[in-house]
Structures are given as structure tokens and as C-alpha cells.
Design a protein around this ligand. Structure first.
Ligand code: XIL
Length: 346
């Protein structure tokens, strides 16, 4: 009666922990956090905006709390995330006059941030999402302030600094939409290019923000295989499966948020998820976990992005204020059909 126990010897089963949980006392041992999961990622607490909101001002209280929860539940801590273009304060890229800083200054800020954060949790964080979402869907490097100011080698520097700050932590590259062949090809190039510079990417994190309607399991499998063939492991880092309809272009790489907000809010399951969709969700989770089990030798961890449906960011993404059912536990913390499908698979 525990997911983590069921998958013991296969891969870790993790969850994201959000600020509400981090502020409360440690969970009881029989709560889902402790019972079902043995890897813990801070949903937000370790992001730049929370760790270093102002220059040189560090705030570790919530991140410390995550470490305590993980220890208490006998789980590993996953650090998320060191270098990203979102949830990063504007000051990081600008000087006092509001002008963009130089490559040297930004590299120095990156180094100080990584040394301070990774250094503080040395030996306590099992692995870090060093760089998050650096690729476009076509596999090219995304245009972010990091890349614009430092150059393409900003990724290399981030990995080097993280390695120096904690030589024994695993280092990950993390991104979404990695079931798309062009994007996964970009990740493969990145892993190989880093390897040619002597930098090991222990795993590529496939976020796994999926839907009942996509992706095809065969696309996910091709991506997993491509990454393994590139010499890296895979982690599923932010798994959830929205049951809500998405606009036509949701998985074409267009800006979903833009197009969706132009439409009226369509929120069909406010009063509960119908049996049909409940079963469809269970089926989707079952085939995903069957695939992960098939490649368990190279999949180190599968992390759900939240514990209960009520916690999930999918209630607010890609449009705010809907009622979604993307996880394994319902709003009351009860096991859903999807939970049983996953737990009974192994
Ligand atoms: C999300 C969190 O779940 C939300 O609470 C927050 O408001 C925005 O970020 N990709 C990532 C995660 O790497 O950090 C994001 O988490 C979801 C998308």
C-alpha cells in the first residue's frame, strides 16, 4: 500500500512539495508524502526568486523545511532549479542603472548563486536540475537573457559551477515537450556536446506535463530510447496528466496561454470527474508506468508534480481557475483509479 515500496528496486517515486506543505509541521508518517514517495522536489522553494530575491539576500527557510520533510520521510531531495529564465528576478540581468550586465558580471552572479545554494545543501541534495527549459521545440537553443548575455556556453558554465559546488551530486538537464522528436534531438545534442567538454549529465529530466489526449506512448518511448542511446539516464520529473480539453494548438508549440485566454473558460468537470474520464486517466497512467518499467534500468526516478488534485498547478495552467484531476490522489487525499492502476502494475 505504498507507491514507493511497490517500485522499490525499479525507480524512485517522487512528488513536488509546495509552500503550503512546507510551512506546516512535518507530515505524519502515514500521510501520502511519507507513505507513497521517496523523492522530494520543491515545487517553488529552491527557485531563484525564492532563494535569492534580492542581490546577496538569501532566504532558505522553505528549502530547509523541504530537506527536513525528506529526511523525516526517508526520501531523497531533488534540487529544482539553478538556471532558468522564469521565476528569476529581473535584477539578475541588470545593473543599478537598469542596463543589461556584461557576460562577466552575469557569470559571476550565476557562480555565486550556484555555489551558495548547492554548497549549502552539499551532501543533502541528491541531484540538481542545473538548467531548466533551455530548448525551443525545434531543438534549437531558446533565446533567454542567460543565452543573450553570456552566450551558448552558459549551460556549460552552470554545470561546471554545480559540479564544483558539490562533486557528488547528480546533475540534470530538465525540459518539457521532450516527446517531440526535434526537441529531444536538441537534448541529445546538448548531452553529447557537454560530454565532449568532460561534463556528465547524469539524467535528462522529461517533465511530463501530459494530457489524456497526448502524447502517444510510442513518442515518449522513442524519446527515452534516444536519450539512453546518447549515454544519459532519464528521469520523469514533473508528471501530471490533465483531463481538461486543450485548444487545437496546445501541443504544436504555439503559445497556449495566449490563445487559450482568448477563449471563454471551459471547465467541464467542476462537480467531479465522470467515470469514463476516471478510467481513461487510469489507462493513461498505466501505459506510462508500464513504459517506465520497461526502461527501468535507465530511469532513475518518476516524480509526480504534486500530491493531490487540489494541489496541482494544472488547475491554473494553461488557463487559471479550472478544476483539473491530473494526479493520483483526489482532493480528499483518497486513492483514485489511476493510483490503483499504477500501484498494481508492479
Ligand atoms: C510551476 C509550479 O508548479 C507553480 O506553482 C508555479 O506557479 C510555476 O511553476 N515547469 C517547471 C516547474 O519546471 O518549475 C513549473 O512549476 C511547471 C513547469
Amino acid at each position: 500500500n505504498s507507491l514507493a515500496n511497490a517500485y522499490e528496486g525499479k525507480f524512485l517515486v517522487g512528488t513536488a512539495v509546495k509552500s503550503g506543505t512546507l510551512k506546516s509541521p512535518l507530515p505524519a508518517k502515514n500521510t501520502p508524502e511519507c507513505r507513497d514517495f521517496n523523492a522530494f522536489t520543491a515545487e517553488n522553494a529552491m527557485k531563484w526568486q525564492h532563494i535569492q530575491p534580492e542581490p546577496g539576500v538569501f532566504s532558505f527557510a522553505m528549502a530547509d523545511q523541504l530537506i527536513r520533510i525528506a529526511e523525516h520521510c526517508n526520501g531523497k531531495v531533488i534540487g529544482h532549479t539553478l538556471v532558468w529564465h522564469q521565476q528569476t528576478p529581473d535584477w539578475v540581468f541588470t545593473d543599478d542603472a537598469g542596463e543589461e550586465v556584461s557576460r562577466e558580471v552575469l557569470l559571476a552572479r550565476m557562480k555565486a548563486h550556484i555555489y551558495t545554494l548547492v554548497g549549502r545543501y552539499k551532501g543533502q541534495v541528491a541531484g540538481w536540475d542545473v538548467v531548466n527549459e533551455a530548448l525551443n521545440d525545434d531543438g534549437s537553443l531558446r533565446d533567454t537573457p542567460w543565452r543573450r548575455i553570456i552566450g551558448d556556453d552558459y549551460i556549460e558554465y552552470a554545470f561546471k559551477y554545480a559540479r564544483q559546488a558539490d562533486p557528488s551530486a547528480e546533475l540534470y538537464y530538465n525540459d518539457y515537450n521532450l516527446y517531440k522528436p526535434q526537441k529531444v534531438a536538441g537534448a541529445v545534442r546538448l548531452v553529447k556536446q557537454l560530454a565532449s567538454k568532460g561534463i556528465k549529465v547524469h539524467a535528462v529530466g522529461m517533465q511530463g506535463h501530459y494530457s489524456l489526449f497526448y502524447p502517444a506512448i510510442s513518442d515518449v518511448e522513442q524519446s527515452i530510447t534516444a536519450l539512453i542511446n546518447a549515454g544519459t539516464n532519464v528521469a520523469i520529473t514533473e508528471l501530471d496528466v490533465t483531463v481538461l480539453p486543450l485548444p487545437e494548438n496546445a501541443h504544436t508549440g504555439a503559445d497556449i496561454t495566449q490563445s487559450f485566454t482568448a477563449h471563454p473558460v471551459y471547465d467541464p468537470y467542476v462537480d467531479g470527474l465522470p467515470e469514463k474520464q476516471q478510467q481513461d486517466l487510469a489507462g493513461k497512467y498505466e501505459s506510462l508506468f508500464a513504459l517506465f518499467l520497461k526502461h527501468a534500468g535507465h530511469i532513475s526516478r518518476v516524480t509526480l508534480w504534486g500530491i493531490t488534485d487540489g494541489d496541482s498547478w494544472r488547475n491554473n495552467w494553461p488557463i487559471r481557475g479550472r478544476t483539473d484531476y491530473p494526479l493520483l490522489l483526489d482532493r480528499e487525499g483518497e486513492h483514485k483509479a489511476a493510483y490503483h492502476a499504477v500501484a498494481e502494475l508492479v
